[in-house]
Ligand binder design. Structure first.
Ligand SMILES: [Zn+2]
Length: 236
């Protein structure tokens, strides 16, 4: 049976300060704790790889049809605990918390709104992702082709096709980025993840395991692409 999730502060404070942001939906606290543990585990692992430098990066998981759990802004993503995540609705509004969700929450929520099957979103800033985003920014896309690891991306069965990873211009104006992603999707183009120029990558999946696999595959293929550039690849 679902327990009603109660904010940690007092009812009195809730009534005076938080009335506008508290949702009365029942939040499954067991599910919330499970999401927090998975997000923390992902953060530890990705942080240990150096993919989340200087408190950058953010992670989320879908909690139910109307809510997601997202990392709180500014936390060290390699040392996340249960108090470092919060609940938001799919418009990114805080639910039952006075904390500030990650600055890029709007991009996470867009994935949940546009992909009904998406259950987890990982955004990291590895050196490889960041350098690749700069190198391929002029083309606006990285065309991955001929890599066996393309098959790690859900729905891709062969190395022979071309997987397009768009590179969107960076901006601190989240609605601008949201519109760029919407425009790509509204043009009917497949989207499994994307780079933001000089910034990092977004990847997602049905669950944390699939999101992690996608992120790892993109990281690997981007590293290979950059190695070929270093080796002086001639255009194919
Ligand atoms: Zn970022």
């Amino acid at each position: 049976m679902k327990r009603r999730w109660a904010p940690r502060y007092s009812t009195e404070r809730f009534n005076t300060e938080r009335r506008a942001t508290i949702d009365t939906h029942a939040i499954d606290t067991g599910q919330l704790a499970a999401c927090a543990r998975e997000i923390a585990a992902a953060g530890r692992e990705l942080g240990a790889r150096g993919w989340t430098p200087a408190t950058s990066s953010n992670f989320s998981m879908r909690l139910d049809e109307g809510h997601a759990v997202v990392t709180i802004s500014g936390r060290d993503k390699g040392r996340l605990g249960i108090d470092d995540v919060m609940v938001v609705d799919l418009d990114g509004h805080a639910i039952g918390s006075t904390s500030k969700p990650s600055a890029e929450t709007a991009l996470h929520m867009q994935v949940y709104r546009r992909f009904a099957e998406a259950g987890a979103v990982l955004h990291t800033h590895s050196r490889t992702q960041t350098v690749a985003s700069r190198w391929f920014a002029a083309d606006g896309v990285v065309r991955l082709s001929g890599w066996e690891l393309q098959k790690a991306i859900a729905g891709t069965r062969s190395h022979e096709g071309t997987l397009e990873l768009p590179v969107f211009a960076n901006t601190q104006d989240m609605p601008v980025l949201v519109r760029a992603v919407d425009a790509w999707l509204d043009a009917g183009k497949p989207l499994h993840g994307y780079l933001i120029d000089g910034h990092g990558i977004y990847a997602w999946g049905r669950d944390m395991a699939e999101a992690h696999r996608h992120l790892e595959a993109f990281e690997f293929m981007l590293g290979c692409e950059l190695d070929l550039v270093t080796l002086g690849r001639t255009p194919r």
